[in-house]
Design a protein around this ligand. Structure first.
Ligand SMILES: [Zn+2]
Length: 740
């Protein structure tokens, strides 16, 4: 009576007979209206449209660093080009130093509880006890003729009202004079500020967000003038910079851009070494030695010197200044370009920094260039100062300090290399592929962390990457959903910043590359995204669309699951049934046999719930002529039965308990000790997102089935990934015992 059961098993879905169809959530439906409507500025393919435009802001800045009272006094002239099709009546600038002003909203909106005991340093921060006078002091805002311009400061934003509307295609210049007290990073944990060294009485200044910077105005949201609360970083326009920095004469400056007057600020020897470095591709050249820097720490010159830097097509300008700096540099080949990889560090960073920093900069430029675009800037700089990782165009500030005796373990070394790769990597995301950091953290942090992981893997064999491998995200993904946010959440509302916006996104992209798309399709599409949006302002949809456009892989389900929900991957292998053709002459003469419902349910579920009791019998019969419909031709039933004779037929039932739809990776462990891995695309879940049943035909006898054997899907529970379950002794266990 068991007729057509194989055919039926192949044709019918798992909830065919009376089972209630589980709730369908449309996980494979297209994102459609979730994404912005394509237009002539941003196309449906994810590329910039034929009428894409963006603003430009050029800066001429002169600044003086006062080493006696740790402050900056400066002036800037901004020339703003309105390339938008519309007229502007006011301009918005970011005045980020105001996050340290007394009445700032960050402190006001900070929440917390009183604990029994708290380190004084943290109490001072939490209860706002420092008497540091932070924030910008704006002395003047003037038009090009020197006439004062009306301006309004709203927390971290400044609006300048234009006396005449700025029409499309026009430009306007204005200047601002300002000063501010540089923050002590040790007390305020800031991205930018100074580090003081009590032993020699010197400072390292690392300065970012130090001048009023133009906000982005774009087709997507007009002015990006969302207030800076501390997490959402910066959205900035591209432009050219000419910056003159006056500092103590014995300071060395590292900055965005090329040094324009080396003969005025470097000694003859230093200038010569700098020239040599430009053609040294094999190893760094030391431009300022440790002995020279240590000598300057003692003499502390009072005179001043002015360094001039020029940078083109950058979205920001940062610098570091100290008499403590040792400086090394080497040339790097990335495609047709030969940028300089450079490091600036105090003796406190050695010997680690002279050994690893510039090498890490070089490895980053080479690997990122391979996956995106050739590094286009003339320099890439890693500066060492305590407890920070912070990025700017061409320059970044990094932690990783040996102990007092210069001793460090592998952990310190790997963390230091990791942060350098990460921060130098930010040159690509978001400094060049210039996404909106204030709105979307993952679009620079997550994407950057993914290529950081590629760099660590490819350049440092055995590197213990913290972020990227799928199994490393499991503790987070299996955690409390109340403290989770989807990746598509603004930075300020994120609770688990690092685990989510960095790790989860990097892991998702790693899974996308390795498990969903494969490296060839992924790498081409990812490079396409980088090329389309280099020196432009991409939004999330531009990334999502480009990855599909260039690969012919429908990824809407992936973006939905990984970027718009907090679902996790928990696949379970619920049941495997084993069938074999009845060992008898097939009865092909029997005609007009009808299939009944109960034929498909196995007669004794318990008896066949694992492999111990042998296969269930299966009978194939002659194909009823009605199944041919209008076709006149007939298949050879006997040949088909012959083909299936001696084969093992497995009916596998899988369920998706975590909600995230993912590919299914099945490992078959055979009786003869061999294994086979099969990858099934995520679309297996498209008609039933919760449970599916599928039939496999195998030559060999299977002793156990394992899901995701190499832990590449971040499956949060692996005990339900094995059939038969390993808590009960199975044939496979017996088999393992024998072979061990
Ligand atoms: Zn970062």
């Amino acid at each position: 009576m068991r007729v057509f059961s194989l055919i039926a098993a192949c044709l019918l879905t798992s909830y065919a007979f009376g089972q209630v169809a589980p709730t369908w959530q449309g996980k494979f439906e297209q994102l459609n209206e979730t994404l912005p409507t394509p237009n002539e500025y941003r196309t449906g393919s994810g590329a910039p449209g034929p009428r894409y435009w963006q603003q430009k802001a050029d800066y001429i800045i002169t600044a003086e660093l006062n080493d006696d009272n740790q402050s900056i006094t400066a002036s800037e002239t901004v020339t703003y080009f309105n390339n938008a099709p519309e007229t502007l009546t006011y301009l918005w600038l970011q005045v980020d130093q105001n996050i340290f002003a007394k009445d700032n909203n960050t402190t006001k909106t900070e929440t917390g509880k009183v604990k029994d005991s708290l380190a004084a340093k943290f109490a001072a921060t939490v209860y706002d006890l420092y008497d540091y006078e932070g924030g910008y002091k704006i002395k003047s805002v003037r038009d090009i003729s020197g006439k004062p311009l009306p301006y309004t400061i709203n927390q971290t934003m400044m609006r300048i009202d234009l006396p005449q509307p700025l029409k499309s295609g026009e430009k306007v210049s204005f200047s601002i004079d300002w000063s501010f007290n540089i923050v002590d990073r040790n007390t305020h944990g800031a991205r930018s500020g100074f580090e003081f060294f009590p032993e020699d009485g010197n400072y390292i200044y690392t300065l970012g967000q130090w001048f009023p910077r133009m906000c982005v105005y774009d087709d997507y949201q007009g002015w990006q003038n969302k207030q800076f609360l501390g997490n959402g970083e910066f959205a900035l326009a591209f432009g050219d910079y000419k910056v003159r920095l006056t500092v103590p004469a014995d300071h060395i400056i590292a900055a965005t851009g090329m040094l324009k007057n080396p003969q005025e600020v470097l000694t003859k020897t230093e200038a010569q070494r700098f020239e040599t470095a430009k053609t040294s591709f094999s190893a760094p050249v030391i431009i300022v030695t440790q002995a020279e820097a240590t000598q300057k720490e003692k003499t502390k010159l009072k005179e001043k010197k002015t360094w001039e830097f020029h940078a083109e097509n950058v979205r920001d300008f940062a610098f570091a200044s100290s008499r403590k700096f040792i400086w090394d540099a080497q040339a790097v080949k990335t495609g047709s370009k030969t940028p300089l990889a450079m490091s600036f560090y105090p003796k406190e960073g050695n010997p680690l920094w002279e050994r690893e920093s510039t090498k890490a900069v070089m490895n980053t430029l080479i690997t990122y260039s391979k996956y995106t675009i050739d590094y286009p800037y003339p320099v890439a700089i890693s500066v060492h100062t305590a407890d920070i990782g912070m990025e700017y165009p061409m320059i970044c500030f990094n932690w990783g300090r040996p102990n007092k005796n210069g001793i460090y373990d592998d952990r310190v070394k790997e963390r230091m290399i990791g942060v350098i790769i990460h921060e130098v990597g930010h040159n690509f995301f978001p400094m060049i592929i210039n996404s909106d950091e204030r709105q979307w953290t993952w679009q620079d942090e997550g994407i950057n962390t993914f290529i950081q992981y590629r760099t660590e893997t490819e350049c440092y064999p055995g590197f213990q990457s913290r972020r990227g491998p799928a199994d490393k995200i499991v503790p987070y993904m299996s955690g409390d959903k109340n403290s989770m946010r989807p990746l598509m959440t603004n930075s300020e509302q994120v609770i688990q910043f690092g685990a989510e916006q960095y790790s989860k996104c990097a892991t998702a992209l790693n899974i996308l590359r390795e498990t969903v798309m494969g490296p060839a399709l992924f790498d081409k599409a990812f490079k396409e995204y980088a090329n389309r949006w280099a020196f432009k302002h991409p939004k999330p949809a531009d990334f999502f669309r480009t990855m599909e456009d260039a690969s012919a892989v429908d990824l809407d389900w992936f973006w939905k699951g990984w970027f718009y929900t907090t679902d996790n991957c928990d696949q379970s292998i619920d049941q495997v049934k084993w069938f074999k053709l009845k060992n008898e002459q097939p009865d092909v003469e029997k005609k007009n046999v009808k299939v009944k419902k109960e034929d498909l349910a196995s007669t004794n579920e318990k008896k066949f719930d694992n492999f111990n009791n042998g296969p269930q019998p299966l009978t194939l019969t002659e194909t009823d002529p009605r199944f041919y419909g209008e076709f006149k031709s007939r298949v050879d039933d006997k040949a088909i039965i012959q083909k299936l004779d001696q084969k093992n037929i497995y009916e596998v039932t899988l369920s998706n308990k975590g909600g995230l739809v993912m590919p299914v990776i099945v490992q078959w462990n055979y009786k003869d000790g061999t294994q086979e891995i099969e990858k099934i695309p995520a679309e297996i879940w498209r008609t039933n997102e919760n449970q599916v049943t599928k039939v496999f035909v195998k030559d060999k006898e299977v002793v156990s089935v394992v899901l995701d054997p190499k832990k590449e899907t971040a499956d949060v529970r692996t005990d339900n990934n094995v059939f038969p379950r390993t808590n009960a002794p199975s044939k496979f266990d017996d088999f393992k015992k024998k072979t061990n």
